[in-house]
Design a protein around this ligand. Structure first.
Ligand code: E4P
Length: 217
């Protein structure tokens, strides 16, 4: 399973990259706005800065909502760097744009997916990634993990190549359960990835080893 980091913060991306387990980055307009990035030139430069840190795919979301706007913006984004993935919302125009990009060999990430029917359409349109929002479904008392397993089953039934990118991942159990279900990718902030490290028996065991190592010197 691939680990993507879900942030536009360059320091956090660098820290995650330094861990040596980072496979890519996802961003969205809210994450970009949080970093104070605005204006086409600054937005493009920021995506290039991210591509210069990580080796994997970097999702850059279109801001337009019509097919024409998405195509124009997406082509500009894709031309920035070969590892840019054009992130497109799950709408009627979005599905048409994903089909268009797919035929042009431009990678896409279909975002804001909350049902298996939406995920089926994204795969039919040729999306590279589909992003079901796990945490936001859990927030409204709906089982986000159940959606991930339904999508896994549907994609496996028909050997769809679209990768399931579990998004809106909030904690380490989300990551572990996504791995059990067979999500291809999880995207989340750095904290849930770092919390995979933690176990009290590791800490107490290491304390003892450090103490005993003094006897060996
Ligand atoms: C995915 O691509 C989104 O950027 C993201 O995972 C949304 O997460 P949130 O629900 O924590 O905002």
């Amino acid at each position: 399973m691939k680990f993507f980091i879900d942030t536009a913060n360059l320091a956090m991306i660098e820290e995650a990259h330094a861990l040596g387990v980072l496979d890519g980055v996802t961003t969205n307009p809210s994450l970009m706005a949080k970093e104070g990035i605005s204006g086409k030139q600054n937005i493009h430069q920021h995506y290039l800065d991210i591509c210069n840190i990580v080796d994997g795919d970097v999702s850059a979301e279109v801001l337009g909502i019509t097919f024409e706007e998405m195509v124009k913006e997406g082509e500009e984004l894709a031309a920035l760097h070969p590892r840019i993935v054009v992130k497109v919302p799950m709408t009627q125009d979005g599905i048409k744009a994903i089909r268009y990009f797919s035929e042009k060999g431009i990678k896409t990430n279909c975002t804001l997916v909350f049902s298996s029917g939406q995920a089926l359409l994204a795969a039919k349109a040729g999306a590279t990634y589909v992003s079901p929002f796990l945490g936001r479904l859990d927030d409204v008392s709906t089982d986000g993990l159940h959606l991930i397993s339904e999508i896994r089953e549907i994609y496996d039934n028909y050997a769809f190549q679209t990768q399931i990118l579990a998004a809106s991942v909030r904690h380490s159990m989300h990551i572990i359960n996504c791995a059990k279900i067979g999500a291809d990718v999880v995207t989340c902030p750095l904290a849930p990835i770092l919390s995979l490290l933690k176990h009290p028996l590791t800490d107490s065991g290491l304390d003892q080893f450090i103490k005993d190592s003094q006897k060996m010197k």
